[in-house]
Design a protein around this ligand. Sequence first.
Ligand code: TXA
Ligand code: MG
Length: 316
Amino acid sequence: MNDSDDIRRAVAVLRAGGLVAFPTETVYGLGADADNPAALRRIFAAKGRPEGHPLIVHLGDAAAIVDWAADVPETAMRLAARFWPGPLTIVLRRSGRVRPEVTGGQDTVGLRVPAHPVALELLRGFGGGVAAPSANRFGRVSPTTAAHVREDLGDAVDMIVDGGPCAVGIESTIVDLSGPEPAILRPGGVPREDIEAELGGPVPLRVEGPVRAPGTLPSHYAPKARVVLAGVAEQAESLRALAAAGRKASVLVLPSSSREAARGLYAALRDLDAQGCDAVVASVPAEEGLGLAVADRLRRAAGPRGDAAGMGEGGT
Ligand code: TXA
Ligand code: MG
């Protein structure tokens, strides 16, 4: 675990343009000073992630929203008041402060106040915005422990602040409020139902497809176990078929509570990988509460036909 000395050191690293991996309640983030273009470019290099993929700016206080967004609709104030600090990212039209390295040149910015005490102490000590994607190599699932970050990023990061395992375990819900109507761009740690209750009406999902054009993955990308989706009743048959095809296959066992399933999902996938499985049979949970986000991640991992791609391809 860490103490205030670690956090002071982490603040100094951020001020010097370094990279700090830090815990949030969702997953670990790979942070850099959002006002420092050289530091921002280091994020993409460390992850092996293509530039032009926008980063979320993490803030220590909801009041800072006006520094980063050009206009803040009343709906944003409502969601911020209800869910921040917490696993919600709000996309708004960006202010002039926001660097093009953060947005990939788009005119919107994603903002979030995380709920983890270590993250908040770091952000408040730093004072500015911390741009942070999940602290995994591009193509891997997000890290939910400091050990996962070390495995993926090792020396590419200047400091890893250990805050224990992440309580939510799945990334934040992204709500786009930059257009005329709200939309959910990524289901995540705040259930869709809670957002709809707060906004007083249905909020459509506008989720990017899981497929990336072939050939856009970096050449260092190592194939990992493929994820095969099967109903609970078909799991055994699926396992037999994979074994007959010479695969080392396992069933992904998740707790029935969607909150517990979200918390354990990424660690379970990493464990199966570490055991040398090259195929994972998984069942999509009911798409209620956090089940919607768990189902989304499993579908992305499985690829368009549920059997075509490596599980890593969903990871950004
Ligand atoms: O829980 C989380 O959101 C974690 C923790 C560290 O905060 N962060 C995270 O970051 O998952 P990342 O970069 O791995 O995923 C952020 C997603 C990306 O798919 C990105 O395209 C989207 O957010 N995003 C960021 N800014 C956006 C914007 N202005 N418009 C649309 N999508 C945006
Ligand atoms: Mg990511």
